[in-house]
Design a protein around this ligand. Structure first.
Ligand SMILES: [Zn+2]
Length: 690
């Protein structure tokens, strides 16, 4: 077996070669065949290069990843656990728990323990009880709890179930009929009924499903898992169309069941079932075909529990008594520790979840690092399913460019419906162009197929005149213009401006005149003729009447002497491509515009200082300031880039008020600014439109 070895030392079996000689690698990305010690992958995460990485996609998460510099799955599990809102909002000693963890991990803050006796259970998390499992260990260490007793403590610490409603999170107890609750399709749905079903056994199902299927061939990075909470006797429609309860599944061997429910996907496979013990259960009826909603951020299927205060009091007594027996901490200290632990519950996460997320995050990061083309093709392919496909495409293309992966524009010679990896190229799909879509793509594809079939020609042998006269008339004018403007026909060697110009000119002829040309030209070589000479045949054969003759002569005159420049300016290409693709693939729009800039992104990143940079704004987030002299005023955070790199930028209220009209995603500006104190962002002081 031949192997391909990456610079980091990772090796993969080669199963063949692409036409260009690049090895085709046997890629089966599971935890088993991906090494977790790949330094290149950890370095990438440490650079905050996490776009598209499971759980770490957002700019905020990228920032935390950059600060934390994870180098083990343990760090990564902690990272996904501490970047949840509960932890970010939880402030102790003037700093949120997220930053406490990061600073302690990086040695910028001493590792302290609430009590020295907690060192054993908290040393892996730098003294912070990030996980519920930390608490279990504490109770075993200092109160001598058995596993069952520890689990009882975990259960009563887990707090009241919170559900998401339009008006924010409320406890299940407060939920009323008529409230709107967040359901699995991310919509708010009315609660029709709520029943108290008493104390019942509750389980958590881990379900694996394919959210994305990459039809291009050899990748399926999108095996996802979701967790569903329900009662032990909840029924699911399984693949053989019979209803089974969860306890049936446990008894019948859980791997043989494929759940079929509307969401999250048609075919989920249960991979594990965890018994959560007894909880007070409610049935919530929602106005929705499936009845899954979010509770404690977990997709929940008919039931959820509620905190049990009696149990809590019992646990506290047990804990105090246990500590007394073990005699490691004093009675007072035991109570203090219990209260501390109870408080920590606000931000705790389940370590088992944390590590599963971390494994998935690592796998996607690993793929991004080693197989970027496959990674980006897959993400681009599924951009169409996102809420704002072109925004997603723009972000992916920019990110891909920065990692050295080029995305090629659409080409009529490669008529792909969606983004496709072909050899080493990623090609834009026609149905992903704004204004084309699935139907226009199918129409275009069938017209071309029919034409090549009847003429026996290949598309690459069909010249511009032939296309204009015989093919363009069978396609809608909107689609034609998009083909010319998008560069899909640039292989003809004519500028996009000229294609548009000649098409418009040709369509000033009447249907009969066009038909005459089409007929007359059939047996004649038109490949090297100028458009004016082709139209001239109408005059030569005396076809138009007197009135039309003047018009046709005018058209010929225009064709021979275009009234404007037939060159494509980079600015025009950038603008039209941005309109069609969501991003410009061939020009940045910053060409010839950067004269006044003193720095490029990479110059700046190598030595932050006061300077001006020509930037393309990729993402803009408005923010209302919550404190300070500008309280309540608007400011903005931005991600911006040029061809050399990417910058996080910020513009504060005073400047934002002045330059707001220029600050929008997709715009190009010349920004004068300076680095923030911690070098984390570029503070924009002045803006010029370019
Ligand atoms: Zn590697």
């Amino acid at each position: 077996m031949e192997y391909h070895e990456f610079s980091c030392g990772c090796k993969f079996p080669i199963i063949g070669y692409f036409p260009d000689g690049k090895p085709r690698i046997d890629l089966n990305p599971t935890v088993k065949n991906i090494p977790v010690n790949c330094q290149r992958t950890w370095d990438m995460l440490g650079r905050g290069d996490t776009f598209g990485v499971f759980q770490l996609e957002s700019n905020q998460c990228a920032g935390f990843s950059k600060k934390l510099k994870p180098s083990t799955l343990g760090h990564l599990a902690a990272l996904v656990s501490i970047i949840r809102p509960g932890v970010i909002e939880c402030i102790e000693d003037g700093k949120n728990m997220t930053n406490h963890y990061i600073d302690r991990k990086n040695g910028l803050e001493p590792v302290k323990y609430f009590h020295p006796a907690l060192e054993n259970s908290l040393k892996n998390t730098y003294g912070i009880a990030i996980y519920q499992e930390n608490v279990l260990q504490i109770s075993r260490d200092i109160a001598g709890f058995s596993l069952q007793e520890a689990d009882l403590l975990r259960k009563c610490l887990t707090g009241d179930t919170l559900v998401k409603t339009k008006n924010g999170k409320i406890t299940i107890n407060e939920l009323k009929i008529g409230d709107e609750i967040l359901t699995l399709d991310n919509k708010y749905t009315k609660v029709i009924n709520k029943f108290d079903n008493g104390i019942q056994e509750v389980v958590e199902l881990e379900v694996e499903y394919i959210a994305q299927k990459f039809s291009g061939g050899y990748l399926d990075i999108a095996k996802k898992t979701t967790n569903i909470k329900c009662t032990l006797n909840h029924k699911f429609l399984c693949q053989n169309n019979e209803l089974y309860t969860v306890s049936d599944m446990i008894n019948g061997g859980l791997f043989s069941f494929n759940i079929q429910c509307n969401s999250p996907s048609p075919n989920g496979k249960i991979i594990s079932i965890t018994l959560l013990g007894k909880e007070r259960v409610y049935d919530i009826e929602v106005d929705h075909p499936d009845h899954i909603y979010y509770a404690n951020d977990l997709a929940t299927h008919n039931s959820i529990g509620k905190k049990n205060t009696e149990l809590m009091a019992k646990c506290k007594t047990m804990f105090a008594e246990g500590c007394k027996k073990k005699n490691i901490v004093s009675e007072d200290e035991a109570i203090q520790i219990f209260d501390w632990v109870e408080k920590a519950q606000r931000y705790q996460f389940n370590a088992a979840h944390g590590f599963c997320y971390a494994a998935n995050a690592y796998i996607s990061a690993y793929l991004k690092c080693h197989f970027p083309r496959i990674f980006y093709t897959s993400y681009l392919y599924y951009a169409k399913d996102q809420q704002k496909p072109h925004e997603e495409i723009r972000k992916l293309v920019k990110d891909a460019k920065l990692t050295g992966v080029e995305i090629l524009g659409p080409s009529l010679l490669h008529l792909y419906q969606h983004f496709t990896l072909f050899g080493k190229d990623i090609r834009f799909g026609f149905a992903d162009i704004k204004g084309i879509g699935e139907n226009a793509y199918r129409k275009l594809s069938s017209v071309l197929k029919q034409y090549t079939k009847t003429t026996g020609k290949n598309l690459e042998n069909i010249g511009w005149n032939e296309f204009l006269i015989y093919i363009s008339q069978k396609i809608g004018s909107g689609t034609n213009m998009i083909l010319f403007q998008s560069g899909a026909m640039s292989y003809l060697g004519l500028t996009r401006t000229r294609l548009c110009f000649e098409y418009e000119l040709f369509n000033r002829l009447t249907d009969l005149e066009q038909l005459y040309i089409a007929k007359e030209m059939t047996n004649q070589s038109i490949s090297n003729k100028k458009l004016g000479d082709i139209i001239k045949i109408l005059i030569d054969h005396d076809i138009p009447n007197v009135r039309r003759k003047a018009i046709v002569e005018g058209i010929i005159q225009m064709a021979n002497n275009p009234p404007y420049n037939m060159e494509d300016s980079p600015e025009w290409i950038a603008r039209t491509e941005t309109n069609l693709f969501g991003v410009s693939l061939t020009c940045s729009g910053l060409e010839n515009k950067a004269e006044d800039a003193t720095h490029t992104c990479i110059d700046y990143l190598n030595g932050p200082c006061q300077c001006s940079i020509a930037l393309s704004l990729d993402e803009v987030k408005e923010h209302i300031t919550k404190s300070g002299k500008n309280k309540g005023k608007k400011m903005a955070f931005m991600t911006a880039s040029d061809l050399t790199g990417k910058l996080e930028c910020v513009i504060f209220p005073e400047e934002y008020a002045q330059f707001e009209p220029y600050i929008f995603a997709g715009n190009n500006i010349l920004a004068l600014g300076m680095s923030s104190r911690d070098n984390s962002s570029f503070i924009i002081k002045n803006v010029k439109q370019i």
